[in-house]
Design a protein around this ligand. Structure first.
Ligand code: C2E
Ligand code: MG
Ligand code: MG
Ligand code: MG
Length: 268
């Protein structure tokens, strides 16, 4: 009986896996033409100076609006794009779109772009990005590239070379989701990051009893002693803002300042 149950459960599990695989294959197929069908776009979320709350730039966040499934989360479709060799082309298009939109912003604002580990493994990524910036007349020192520590894990020579090339041209390299990986501290030793973005899970936990507040305080101390600015993501309340300011946080991002806002292409 137990054995039969186990077999039944295994079969059920296999069915679920098949279903999931089919879903992903279908999504991959749909993603292939999503760009030309105009389903891919960008949302922009502001980043502000902590003390004054003045906006200093915006982060570009990828969006996929599928005609049947609706909004598909970027962490899902970016992974599918990576698994199917589509990320290079999609990333290139999103960068070009982001640059042409940012061309209309105040020149004091920076543009933050997310890059995944797979993107950074393309040997010519940095050159292509710099060429795109030049074509859009965007100074590299207005660009920030956000990466997670995953870029420094395997096949990291190419990733590091890309980051170093971008950095040499003036692009700032930001460690995103700081504190959530397995080796946040050692990655700070492996690459000279220009800024640290504390993961929103710690900001969320700050108000509760528990270690989050101490972790945030320690991260701010770390940033100060490394002499690099710290940005807190996921700031939703006045209370969180106040606490962060008192502890000397440099920049904030989150619903308190502004939600990501989808950019709508203007009718030509
Ligand atoms: P991320 O770079 O850490 O982006 C922050 C995520 O937190 C965004 O989710 C944003 O909408 C959300 N968020 C911002 N403020 C708040 C807040 O106050 N409260 C809460 N609860 N959430 C907030 P989103 O847009 O779903 O993006 C998820 C992840 O997908 C991003 O994490 C990034 O890793 C990835 N991603 C997005 N766009 C791109 C892209 O163009 N290229 C690559 N490679 N990855 C991207
Ligand atoms: Mg980011
Ligand atoms: Mg983040
Ligand atoms: Mg994230």
């Amino acid at each position: 009986r137990a054995k039969a149950d186990g077999r039944h459960r295994a079969r059920h599990y296999d069915k679920l896996m098949d279903e999931e695989r089919r879903q992903r294959r279908w999504l991959a197929h749909e993603l292939r033409d999503a760009g030309v069908r105009g389903e891919l776009g960008l949302a922009f979320q502001p980043i502000a100076d902590c003390a004054t709350r003045r906006i200093i730039g915006q982060e570009a966040l990828a969006r996929w609006h599928h005609p049947v499934l609706g909004e598909i989360r970027p962490d899902i479709f970016i992974a599918i794009a990576e698994e199917n060799g589509l990320i290079g082309e999609i990333g290139q298009q999103l960068l070009a779109d982001a640059l042409s939109i940012a061309a209309g912003w105040p020149t004091a604002w920076m543009l933050a772009i997310n890059l995944s580990p797979v993107q950074l493994r393309e040997p010519d990524l940095a050159e292509r990005m710099l060429a795109s910036m030049a074509a859009h007349r965007m100074a590299p020192d207005r660009i920030e590239v956000e990466v997670t520590e995953g870029v420094l894990i395997d096949r990291r020579e190419t990733a590091t070379a890309n980051l170093a090339r971008l950095r040499a041209a003036g692009v700032r390299i930001v460690m995103d989701d700081f504190g959530t990986g397995y080796s946040s501290l050692s990655s700070l030793q492996q690459f000279p990051f220009d800024k640290i973005k504390i993961d929103r899970s710690f900001i969320h936990g700050m108000g509760q009893s528990g270690p989050a507040l101490s972790i945030v305080r320690a991260s701010l101390g770390l940033g100060h002693s490394l002499n690099i600015p710290i940005v807190a993501e996921g700031v939703e309340t006045e209370q969180q803002w106040q606490t962060l300011c008192e502890m000397g946080c440099d920049q904030i991002q989150g619903y308190l300042i502004g939600r990501p806002v989808a950019h709508r292409a203007e009718a030509a």
